[in-house]
Design a protein around this ligand. Structure first.
Ligand code: ADP
Ligand code: MG
Length: 754
């Protein structure tokens, strides 16, 4: 039950405090109906009255609130219509705007009013005012039409205030709409601050934390954030609410973790003599120290009767698969089944092939039959398999014949069931959300053990936030004998001749007995790329807003082109992409793995996991179309078998183009952690949490995952402690209520309406 709703004040209908009319306006435009809801509608930023907003920075086509000084004003009657037109030129004093000639100059903006009698009277040259409206463009110049405005020099909201104190008061800027200006919201909130019983509001922060951090009490914090008398006021208020947000988030994760841990799972203890011991004996290499240590942790946790919930982070090529496979074998030895969930069909098929190869005689095909403790049936289950094969795979999963089931999202579908699912391994987690993890979990009779693997190193705070309900292990070394990868940016703008030089370079590699990947951003000449739903990542185009004006390299066009490329005469070339028939796809992959196909032209389907040791060169065409982590993942496909790898990032962009920064960053280091930091700097906040925080959760207001690492870390520690001592949060009702609201923001509105 939501205690905040039990809290009379926070859950109180707004009309009881601000009147029916205002409440109706707020509900209509902001969708907010309660006292708590409006109090938590924080200003986005604050303006300093003494300053003028830089007009050169105002965004086009957006609702803005800005402070400016009037330069000139003129009114004339319109020729074609009845009425008058008042043109006011306003400035931020940045350009040297002469009165009357301001439009089009830097630092000025033309503001037009139809029948603007008040504008004509009040907006005299020299006056300063707040303007609110949508910025549009007429000809070359930016402008505002019929904006709302309010003179700053006489503030009707604060009569009788001494002018100096007034001048120091920041102006809160609320996320406004076209119909409801920031200062209208401010006025309503001011009324609410007076009428609401702020001291009766619930405080999710335990008193010791408020004291330790010297936070302002919650009632004061609401006053300071909405009606600050100086910048220090809103900063103090934000500090407290930001921490509060972090605590609620971390407590939600800690509670989830505690709830998961309290569930009863089947212990899958290591067998004295089983598949795992046989596997270890036949392993052609020695485990790295990291692999051995993580293996030990997993073995112990799988043997417990509470479910393991663990995240395994590891650099590309650090050998996560063998760690996962050993865990799966332990579970199979103990009589359970294991499922491996991969983000794409190609990767699922690759895992299937390579796991069966690695298992060797320990793997048993469905066809060969014969039960026995000396082998395990590995089964592939994907959405595009022929119906008969898929039915058989489903049957094997349901009957328990299949010990290890490898698949894609298809494993999540309703008609897939398991006989006794003991362990779920999710590979390349950044593409699966919490909800999908839960769907898979629900397929086991008892909560299964869970191992999540991610190849993209994630900064600590993102891990704490997105995977905060999981324990974390890290593989931080690569297996010995790994050859280095050299990465070069190939700039065709400066060196057009390199366009053909690439193919001779590929030929050299192939003549030396090696293989080559060519990666293209598109499949054909008229599509948008090769992104299945599981692969949705922001692309470079999303990051730049740079719509493709030039024709990008596509798999079909490049295969066509290479046919006539003298340097590659006689070289077996094959295309690979998501739209190929699944059978053809696996055939193509098999032929490349067997070193029959020498050169593979593909989309990013090879981005994750594909493992062909003989491949030494990767050429990424129009590399600027890909994000940093994608490029890092892609090049991890070469240099795998002790042979040095080379990666060429080909781009037609001019040197110095912002998108080339990404390429330079990737070429400069192979340290995945450094790159992920760089990547996150170039991305926006929403993209970080966006994919994982699905399910209609409220977004963070004041907390920035990258900026506030410190806050998140402290809040996490507090949250762990609180939840550890009070798992049901019975002694922390306000915190529990805030968690419920965070997890289910619609609930409040729903209950109100109901
Ligand atoms: P990733 O962590 O990127 O998923 P993989 O599990 O695909 O990496 O492993 C990359 C390659 O390294 C595979 O070919 C695997 O067989 C090999 N490998 C894994 N562990 C070791 C090891 N300890 N010594 C040598 N090679 C290893
Ligand atoms: Mg992998």
């Amino acid at each position: 039950m939501n205690a905040e709703l039990d809290n009379a004040e926070a859950g109180l209908g707004l009309e009881r405090r601000i009147g029916k009319r205002s409440a109706a306006v707020i509900e209509k435009h902001l969708g907010i109906t309660t006292v708590g809801g409006l109090l938590n509608y924080f200003p986005r930023r604050y303006m300093d009255r003494g300053e003028l907003t830089p007009i050169s920075e105002v965004p086009l086509d957006e609702d803005v609130t800005l402070i400016a000084r009037v330069v000139s004003s003129s009114t004339r009657f319109m020729k074609t219509r009845r009425g008058s037109l008042t043109d006011v030129v306003i400035t931020d004093d940045a350009g040297a705007a002469a009165p009357g000639t301001g439009t089009g100059r830097p630092g000025t903006l033309k503001v037009s009013f139809f029948n603007g009698h008040r504008a004509k009277a009040e907006l005299q040259p020299g006056r300063r005012a707040l303007f609110s409206g949508k910025i549009t463009r007429y000809g070359g110049a930016l402008g505002l039409t019929n904006p709302d405005f309010q003179l700053l020099d006489e503030d009707p909201d604060t009569p009788g205030m001494d002018p100096e104190a007034l001048a120091a008061m920041p102006i809160p800027v609320y996320p406004a709409t076209a119909k409801l200006t920031s200062w209208s919201i401010q006025k309503v909130v001011a009324t609410l601050l007076e009428t609401a019983d702020l001291d009766a509001l619930p405080d999710p922060l335990p008193a010791q934390i408020t004291a330790r951090e010297k936070f302002v009490p919650v009632a004061d914090a609401y006053r300071l954030i909405h009606a600050p008398h100086g910048p220090a006021d809103w900063q103090r208020a934000r500090d407290r609410f930001r921490y509060q947000e972090a605590l609620v988030l971390q407590a939600a994760l800690a509670r989830r973790r505690a709830q998961l841990a309290a569930e009863e799972a089947t212990a899958r203890r290591p067998a004295a003599e089983g598949l795992l011991t046989a596997f270890d004996r036949q392993l052609p290499f020695t485990l790295t120290a990291g692999q051995a240590a993580v293996g030990k942790t997993l073995a112990a946790e799988l043997g417990q009767d509470s479910p393991m919930n663990r995240l395994l982070q590891g650099e590309v090529g650090s050998g996560k698969t063998v760690v996962a496979l050993r865990a799966m074998l332990q579970v199979v030895d103990a009589g359970g089944q294991a499922a491996l969930l991969a983000p794409t069909e190609v990767l699922a098929a690759q895992h299937f092939e390579s796991i069966r190869r690695t298992l060797g005689p320990l793997s048993r095909d469905g066809m060969l039959g014969g039960f026995g403790p000396d082998a395990v049936q590995v089964t592939l289950l994907t959405g595009s398999m022929p119906t008969a094969a898929r039915k058989q795979a489903m049957l094997d999963a349901a009957s328990g014949t299949a010990g290890i089931v490898i698949g894609t999202h298809a494993l999540l579908s309703d008609n897939v069931s398991f006989y006794d699912l003991g362990l779920i391994v999710v590979d390349e987690q950044h593409r699966f959300g919490v909800e999908q993890r839960d769907v898979l979990r629900s397929k086991a009779r008892k909560p299964p053990h869970l191992l999540v693997m991610t190849a993209t190193p994630i900064p600590r705070t993102v891990a704490m936030t997105v995977f905060g309900d999981l324990e974390t292990s890290v593989l931080d070394e690569l297996p010995a004998g790994r050859a280095p990868i050299t990465t070069h940016v190939v700039g065709l703008a400066e060196h057009p001749a390199w366009a053909t030089r690439i193919w001779s370079r590929a030929r050299e590699e192939i003549d030396a007995g090696h293989q080559v990947y060519i990666v293209c951003p598109k499949i054909g000449s008229d599509d948008d790329g090769d992104f299945s739903p599981g692969e949705a990542e922001p692309t470079a185009a999303d990051l730049d807003g740079d719509s493709a004006a030039r024709e990008l390299a596509s798999v079909t066009a490049v295969v066509e082109q290479l046919r006539d490329e003298p340097a590659l005469a006689g070289v077996p070339v094959a295309p690979l992409h998501g739209r190929l028939d699944p059978a053809l796809k696996s055939e193509t992959m098999a032929s490349f793995t067997a070193n029959q196909t020498k050169l593979l032209v593909s989309t990013t389907v090879i981005e994750v996991g594909v493992d062909v040791h003989n491949a030494t060169l990767m050429v990424i065409l129009d590399a600027d179309r890909f994000g940093i982590s994608q490029l890092h993942q892609l090049r991890g496909r070469v240099g795998r078998g002790g042979l040095p790898g080379t990666c060429l990032l080909v781009t037609a962009l001019e040197p110095g183009h912002p998108s080339r920064r990404r390429l330079d960053a990737v070429a400069a280091t192979t340290d995945g952690f450094a790159l992920s930091q760089e990547d996150l700097k170039l991305r926006r906040e929403g993209d970080i949490l966006g994919a994982s925080q699905s399910g209609g959760r409220s977004t963070l207001k004041l907390l920035r995952v990258l900026e506030h690492e410190d806050v998140i870390a402290r809040a996490r520690q507090d949250a762990w402690q609180i939840v550890g001592g009070d798992p049901s949060l019975g002694a922390h009702p306000a915190l529990a209520a805030s968690i419920d609201e965070y997890l289910n923001p619609e609930k409040e509105a729903f209950l109100e309406r109901g």
